[in-house]
Design a protein around this ligand. Structure first.
Ligand SMILES: CC(C)(COP(=O)(O)OP(=O)(O)OC[C@H]1O[C@@H](n2cnc3c(N)ncnc32)[C@H](O)[C@@H]1OP(=O)(O)O)[C@@H](O)C(=O)NCCC(=O)NCCS
Length: 205
């Protein structure tokens, strides 16, 4: 399985990730919106391809996440002022083809997103992976180590999705970022995070 930018090179007319109302949006986006969004730089879509067939996709865009003061403490930056958001790379959409039997397509696409986050974070501020999880996918993201954003999910806000984040600079790099298949050549970012020069990566905080 490979992951490529989606440029319309594959027939995605039969792509379906399921029959829930949320799934319809994910199915339609790939077929009707993904290319237009990419062309206007509103998001970028990448497809996972096996035997010439699209078996999954992920759409990425930039994001900014409000965190409560104690959540900011977890970033080792409790001093970030209350009005300041934390830069993120958002998993805008993620789906695997329902009839695909290859294991770990979703995890591989998330690993791909994680690698892009690390690339970006070395060139511009970008600290978190974020996602608005649909109810049926909440535990998928929790398994990967995502946590709920308290600010976006407080009781007064009515949302169908749950805003979640994953901190790229967690002390211990979780297994899913190491053990799912590599989609690009190994790089220093494939080291566990505690083996990377954290001082260099963080800069003078
Ligand atoms: C969510 C989705 C992308 C996950 O992709 P996937 O290829 O099935 O996931 P993986 O094979 O990488 O699974 C990794 C782990 O998560 C689990 N998992 C997968 N989907 C799950 C779900 N919806 N809920 C809970 N756990 C899930 C797997 O069982 C596996 O667990 P394990 O490590 O204990 O074996 C896929 O199920 C999908 O397309 N669902 C419909 C669309 C959707 O919900 N998209 C997310 C929108 S926010």
């Amino acid at each position: 399985m490979d992951i490529h930018p989606y440029t319309g090179q594959y027939d995605v007319s039969g792509f379906t990730c399921g029959d829930e109302p949320h799934h319809a949006d994910l199915n339609d986006f790939l077929k009707t919106d993904a290319l237009r969004y990419s062309a206007t730089s509103m998001s970028q879509t990448y497809v996972a391809v096996a035997d010439g067939r699209v078996v999954g996709y992920v759409t990425l865009l930039t994001d900014a996440i409000w965190l409560n003061p104690d959540e900011k403490g977890e970033l080792q930056r409790a001093d970030v002022p209350p009005a300041q958001t934390v830069p993120a790379l958002k998993v805008g959409r993620l789906a695997r083809h329902k009839s695909c039997t290859i294991p770990l397509v979703g995890s591989a696409l998330m690993r791909f997103a994680f690698d892009i986050l690390i690339d970006i974070s070395e060139r511009a501020g970008c600290r978190l992976l974020s996602v608005d999880a649909i109810p049926s996918a909440l535990s998928f993201y929790e398994k990967l180590g995502f946590v709920r954003n308290l600010h976006f999910n407080h009781a007064g806000k009515k949302r169908e999705t749950t805003s979640m984040r994953f901190d790229a600079f967690s002390l211990a790099r979780p297994a899913w970022t190491l053990h799912v298949p590599l989609m690009r050549p190994a790089s220093p970012t494939d080291l566990p995070i505690d083996q990377v020069d954290r001082g260099k990566r963080f800069g003078a905080a």
